[in-house]
Structures are given as C-alpha cells and as structure tokens.
Design a protein around this ligand. Structure first.
Ligand code: KG4
Ligand code: ZN
Length: 337
C-alpha cells in the first residue's frame, strides 16, 4: 500500500490531497482564489502567491484530517514543482519541504501536466500506448506514452494555449474570468455565423491559437467602428467551433498515425461540453482506441491528480530532496527541447 500526501499550488488553487495506491482519494481539498482574481479579469501572480501563503497550512491540515490519517501513515510528499507561476509554485514547494523535513518523509517532485494526465487513473485503468490531449490555461499538448511514466510530446502550441485563448476572447466580450466556462455556456445558444481563420502551422501535430484570438479582437473592433452590434453568442460559438476543429483535427491525425490503445483528455479545457461531445462523436470511428473523458472535478487543477502521478513517480524511485526549487518552466520528463 502507498499513501501519498500531495500539494498543488501552480496557479490559483491552493490544494492538498491524500491518495491511497494512486487510485483511492481519501481527501481532496481545493481552495480556489477565483473570486479574487475575477475582480482583476485574470490571475494576478503576486496576489495568487500571497493567498497561497495565507491558505496553505489550513488546506494541508484539512486534507490530513478529512483523510482520517496521521502523518505517520504517509509514505511520501508529492508536490507540483512546475510549470506554473513562480511565486505560487514556491509556496507549495516550501510547504512540501517543510513537511518532509519535519516528519522525515521522502519528497516526490511532480510535473503539473503529468498530474492532469494521471487524473484519468481515478476513472479508468490506463492502457498503453496511450495518447493524451492536454488542454489547459497554460498548455496545449499531444503527449504519447508508450508505457507507464514514459512521455513523448508529439506536438504543442506555438503561441497561446487554448484555455488562454478562451480567457482572452471572453475578456474582449466582457464575460469575466475564467472565460472557458462562460463561452462554453454561451456558445450553446449561438450559431457559427462569423468566419474565422484556421492557422497554418508547420508541425503536423503542433497548434496555434493566437491568430484566432487576434481575428476575434479585430472583428469586434471592426464591427464597433462600423456601429454594428456583435452578437456575443454567435461569436462565442464561431470561436469555439474554429478552435475545437483545430484541436480535434490534430488529435485524430495522431490517433491515426500512432494507433493508441487509449485516448485521454486532460486539463481545464477538457471540461468543455462541446469538446467532450465532438471527440466522443469522432472517436466512434476508431473502436480500437478507448476514449476516456475525465469527470469535471478532475479536469481543473487539484492535488489528487498530483497524488496519482506522484504515486507512479514514487514507484519508479523518482524522489527529490530538500535542495529542490520551484521551476516555472519545468519540462516534461522526456520532453523534446
Ligand atoms: O487546468 P486548469 O485548471 O489550469 C491550468 O493548468 O491552466 O485550466 C484552466 C483553464 C482556463 O483557461 C479556463 O478558462 C479553462 O481551463 N476552462 C474551460 C472550461 N472550464 C475551464 N475552457 C473551455 N470550456 C470550459 N468549460
Ligand atoms: Zn492545470
């Protein structure tokens, strides 16, 4: 049996979880700062790290209490080392190191995206070779895993992450932060009537979303200058259809090329209802590849997913030490540079 206490503070959620055997969640406490950052229209890094400092001790105590364990039951402390906001990461890293030192526990540094991928282990037995579509506020990547804890980034975004594009488009339309869930909702009542460009990207499996975001900004600007109203529902729908067509087109290309046993979605944008619907429809044509869509609660940032990835890393002997520091640009294990 393996009992991991996991800490996640890479962006604007202060989170701690206790995970047994990489599969069973004994507690999963997430303290969101969204209400504060909404006031500013996005995450303010300095504010985020201060709130992490205020909340981290209570979040850890609550996770241990709720799990019904004591620190003596914990085998190792897993924590998000990166990527993310440096000040935010730093708080989690210091908390993890303090616990490790005080209670004489090994440390397991975890890459945030491996956490998003292994969140799927809570709802399915992962099958390899596996393909993961990782879509969040900071990342858009296609990752191939030939085996457990083996990562190969097949493609990634050349500019903005897809979640970032959702957030920026929402800002232009005055819809608040985070933009993804609002655009998701609004698009349901709109039509894809606005024509938006698909990018030309050199890498077959690479992505680009900044041109699309700029096209939306220019369209809104142009319509306003001409005294025309922009129908927000239609623009949200047009943006979403264009962005998701790119995402799904490249994912299907990778499925055809690599014939994975399993395709998993991961990251905050995996909560998108239209993405979930489109990928389910499209993957019906590939019965050899099992599709796993994580439940909503494990799409956005949480510490249970870091516990799931941390358990696998721990089993592979990938422990760290007290000299470890937060790394905002941490590369995935095996990532091409
Ligand atoms: O994984 P996550 O919680 O944090 C990062 O690691 O970035 O992802 C947050 C991102 C935000 O950009 C947010 O707008 C987006 O996920 N998001 C969505 C939806 N829910 C969250 N995007 C589209 N549709 C959604 N329903
Ligand atoms: Zn994330």
């Amino acid at each position: 049996m393996t009992m991991i206490l996991a800490i996640e503070t890479s962006c604007d959620e202060t989170a701690c979880a206790v995970v047994k055997d990489g599969k069973e969640i004994l507690s999963n406490i997430v303290s969101s700062q969204i209400n504060v950052h909404t006031l500013y229209g996005g995450v303010v890094p300095e504010v985020a790290s201060r709130i992490h400092v205020e909340n981290i001790s209570a979040v850890i105590s609550e996770a241990v209490r709720k799990a019904g364990v004591t620190m003596a039951d914990i085998d190792a402390i897993a924590y998000t080392q990166g990527p993310g906001l440096i000040g935010s990461l730093h708080v989690g890293v210091q908390a993890a190191k303090t616990l490790a030192w005080t209670f004489h526990k090994p440390l397991v540094p975890v890459h945030h995206l491996t956490g998003h991928i292994y969140a799927n282990a809570f709802v399915a037995d992962l099958k390899f070779p596996l393909l993961a579509l990782v879509v969040s506020g900071g990342h858009t990547e296609l990752v191939r895993m030939k085996d457990d804890w083996s990562f190969e980034v097949l493609g990634s975004t050349m500019d903005d992450a897809i979640g970032e594009a959702y957030d920026k488009v929402a800002r232009v339309l005055d819809l608040g932060y985070p933009g993804g869930p609002v655009i998701d909702r609004m698009a349901k009542t709109g039509q894809p009537l606005y024509r938006l460009p698909q990018p030309k990207v050199a890498g077959e499996l690479d992505f680009s979303f900044s041109g699309l975001k700029t096209a939306v900004l220019q369209l809104v600007d142009r319509e306003h200058r001409h005294g025309n109203d922009v129908k927000a529902e239609d623009l949200a729908c047009s943006f979403q259809e264009t962005a998701l067509r790119q995402l799904i087109g490249k994912t299907l290309k990778a499925v055809e090329e690599f014939e994975p046993a399993m395709l998993v979605l991961a990251g905050g944008v995996a909560a998108n209802s239209r993405l979930r619907q489109m990928i389910t429809e499209e993957m019906a044509a590939y019965p050899e590849t099992e599709l796993v869509i994580p439940p909503m609660w494990c799409c956005t940032d949480n510490a249970a997913m870091i516990g799931a990835a941390g358990t696998v890393a721990w089993k592979h002997g990938l422990t760290g030490d007290l000299t470890a520091a937060a790394d905002p640009a941490l590369e995935m294990p095996g990532e091409k540079s």
